[in-house]
Design a protein around this ligand. Structure first.
Ligand code: GLU
Length: 520
């Protein structure tokens, strides 16, 4: 058989914000498509109108735009296999439902919910299948005239898949190998409901994958139980030859403990489980997003790519290009991947530091404005250059302890850089650094240093150094820490010459005179 063109799809149901696990699924589809020169399709599976949430579709599209995951076809992208929204494909599905009915692969069932409940009460572990369908009200047990009459009278019905029992159904999964399941355990799934004239997920999904010429179905592990049914549907339609290959991705697991990653884990430990902030249109609840939390899209992509797959080397920081080259679907793990959100923070640090200092300034400027500071991109970039290698304190949500880590978000900069923009207006005399470094001769030394600085005309690092270093050496002074008290008000910050040069002569001298006055 000739190699098929690689065509994969990401097919979310617009039932809310895109979960981070869905983002990983889409990313793996993207990497796989790109590495094979194939196509990635964006399909909206909205046949369950009860679960439809307005805004979800736009949210999903915006998420991928932000992440740099590009689709070749689909809702909002165009293409010649459309429409790509399932609610706009009703007529197509009807035709294929009819095909299954005509070929005796499916049947019409009239059982009301009450009748089904009664059967469940009567028969232990009742399942609608080859053993029980003969006891029910359907087109297999009723005369054709009766069926036609019921439909003509407007009785609601469903179409069920007629599964032949006792067959071993093989699912050949790229990640999991051959999975075999006996068809006797499957029930006669509902494929179509007359009530809303819409197919169910299973039928629409298979028909669309076929019509859209999908070659590989890469999706989350939670869909693995549906795969045998899907295989049988391809056969029933006579499409077994072009059935896509399956790959069911490993689950994303809680960072601690067992089980699937949930929104609650994120709320508890303080990390987002959604790419973008989500405003629930019904409850008004706001859920945090990676973008708004200050993550860079490249960092999120890199972090997610390694949840369930790795290149088999030590290299962890991988660009999209490298990921496309190295990704190997068959090497994805079967076991679930722990969602190590701390690693996500580490990735953000890596990608922040890869940026030019200037690239930090839009977010930094916003942060400063929020804190009432007006500055310029040039000044901001200077501060970034002086401070980006520093560490910050943070509260570890797991242990509740205060720990230190590298600057990982632009927002980490504010407490670390406030003094560049705002002069200290009070001094904490109990502060360890101040206590230790503001001794009885400090005020006199600082006055002398201020006088010396007054004479410096070239107020650059070199210009100051040439004068101040000489003064310090000749007079055996060590002015650095008291000077830091004056300009910073605490034991932090960059090299003192760099700081003074940044502040300029006037501001430097003002801060020194103020400290001398206040601290004495
Ligand atoms: N609509 C399904 C979802 O929401 C698609 C599953 C599949 O990829 O087959 O994930």
């Amino acid at each position: 058989m000739a190699e098929r063109r690689v065509r994969v799809r990401f097919a979310p149901s617009p039932t809310g914000p895109l979960h981070i696990g869905g983002v990983r699924t889409a990313l793996y589809n993207y990497l796989f498509a790109k590495q094979h020169g194939g196509d990635l399709i964006f399909r909206i599976e909205d046949t369950d109108s009860n679960r439809f949430v307005p805004g979800a579709e736009d949210y999903i599209i915006e998420s991928f735009k932000w992440l740099g995951i590009k689709f070749d076809e689909g809702v909002s992208f165009g293409g010649d296999h459309g429409p790509y929204r399932q609610s706009e494909r009703r007529d197509i599905y009807k035709k294929y439902v009819q095909q299954l009915l005509d070929t005796d692969k499916a049947y019409i069932a009239f059982d009301t919910p009450e009748e089904l409940d009664a059967k469940r009460a009567e028969i232990a572990n009742f399942q609608y299948d080859a053993q029980t369908r003969g006891l029910m009200r359907n087109s297999l047990t009723l005369a054709k005239e009766e069926v036609d009459k019921l439909i003509a009278e407007g009785h609601q019905y469903v179409v069920r898949f007629k599964i032949e029992p006792g067959r071993d159904v093989l699912v050949n999964d790229i990640i999991r190998g051959e999975v075999s399941i006996n068809s006797s355990i499957l029930d006669d799934k509902v494929l179509y409901k007359s009530a809303d004239e819409l197919p169910t997920y299973h039928l629409a999904n298979i028909v669309d994958d076929h019509l859209m010429e999908v070659s590989h179905v890469i999706r989350g592990e939670e869909w693995l139980p549906s795969a045998p049914l899907h295989v049988l549907l391809y056969e029933a339609f006579g499409w077994a030859d072009t059935m896509p290959r399956f790959a069911h991705l490993p689950l994303l697991l809680k960072p601690v403990g067992n089980g699937k990653l949930s929104k609650r884990d994120g709320d508890k430990l303080g990390f987002p489980v959604f790419p973008l902030e989500w405003h629930d249109p019904k409850s008004g609840e706001i859920s945090s997003g990676y973008r708004e939390k200050g993550y860079l899209p490249e960092a999120v992509v890199n972090f997610l790519a390694l949840l369930g797959w790795n290149p088999g080397t030590e290299q962890e920081v991988l660009s999209m290009e490298e990921l496309i080259k190295l990704f190997d679907l068959s090497k994805c793990s079967k076991a679930g991947a722990k969602f190590d959100y701390v690693k996500g923070i580490w990735f953000n640090h890596q990608y922040l530091l890869k940026q030019e200092d200037m690239d930090w300034t839009p977010a930094f400027d916003k942060l400063l404005k929020e804190n009432g500071v007006d500055s310029t991109p040039e000044k901001e970039a200077q501060v970034v250059s002086m401070m980006k290698q520093k560490v910050v304190e943070y509260t570890d949500t797991l242990s509740g302890q205060t720990k230190k880590r590298n600057i990982s978000f632009v927002s980490d900069l504010w407490p670390l850089t406030k003094f560049f923009f705002v002069a200290p207006d009070s001094f904490d005399k109990e502060d360890k650094f101040i206590k230790k470094n503001w001794k009885e001769n400090a005020a006199a030394d600082m006055s002398e240093l201020a006088d010396v600085l007054e004479t410096v005309t070239d107020f650059t690092v070199e210009g100051m150094k040439a004068v101040v270093d000489v003064w310090a050496e000749q007079n055996e002074k060590k002015p650095w820490n008291p000077w830091r008290v004056c300009l910073v008000g605490a034991g932090q910050g960059p090299d003192m010459y760099e700081l003074a040069a940044f502040l300029g002569k006037e501001e430097t001298l003002n801060r020194m005179r103020y400290a001398i006055k206040v601290l004495g």
